[in-house]
Design a protein around this ligand. Sequence first.
Ligand code: MN
Length: 312
Amino acid sequence: MANIYVFGHKNPDNDSICSAAAYTWYLNQDTQEGECYVSTRLGAVPPETAWLFEQFGATEELPAPLPEFGADDPAPAVILVDHNEYSQSADGIEDMDIREVVDHHRIGGIVTAQPISFVNLPYGSTATVIAEHFMESEIPMPTWVAGILLGALLTDTVILKSPTTTEVDREICEVLSEALELDPIEFGMTLFKQRSAATPFQAAAVLTNDLKEYKSNGKVIGIVQYENVDLDDVNEHRENIFASMKQIATSRGYDVFAFMATDIMREGTELFVVGETAFAETAFEVDFSTGSCWMPGVLSRKKQVAAAFMGV
Ligand SMILES: [Mn+2]
């Protein structure tokens, strides 16, 4: 029996794994003689994904790592979901037999020998594209498939808050959550919390990951952003955060160091500032005497925080 391997991108996120599993199940409902679709992955299972499959009693459906193929093996047949670029795909993808693509990203230049089905739609998640496949077909969706598709839609669209969210994502979200009798917002937040539960909050790591430097009016300003669905872990580690911020500001020579703790659900940012707080007070016209200030509606580092500093 010939295997056709279905997988998402390297360093898979929740959408990549869930889309591979759900689409594999769909394809196996109507296979050609002698074909078997196998869901696989190109990296570790994220904690929220493991939780999601367990939640719907589908742990056995979790994709397995893509097998290694020897140089003498025939080129494996593959289906790409949630990506369509060589650089994000399996090692040796250039020599594999790509049969199909289901995605929601920019087109990134793959080449095939034969015509293939290539479905790429500008939706918020690949899960949305796959849910639409089901709805257009006569194939009923098992509960676990509905569960993982809803989960993937919610993580990829950051609970429908991401600017990539479309009307179709909202409709599919409604249909799936009604079928599952779940509140999508509550379910999405529980899902996001699995991620933070599995990785303990480490101030030094959070404060240096994706830290950017700006210059304004002779001052060097460091700005770092951390996004979550609630700020419990930030509030718990306040003391630690200030101590780490002071250390980082000194070692990197920042006049001002700003830490944006962004709450996606409340749509705002707790802005922490160390160094020349007077400079930040001029920039934002708020009081930083406690070290931080809640700024409703502030979500963008570049457009809102860096821009305000540049305006001083
Ligand atoms: Mn995706």
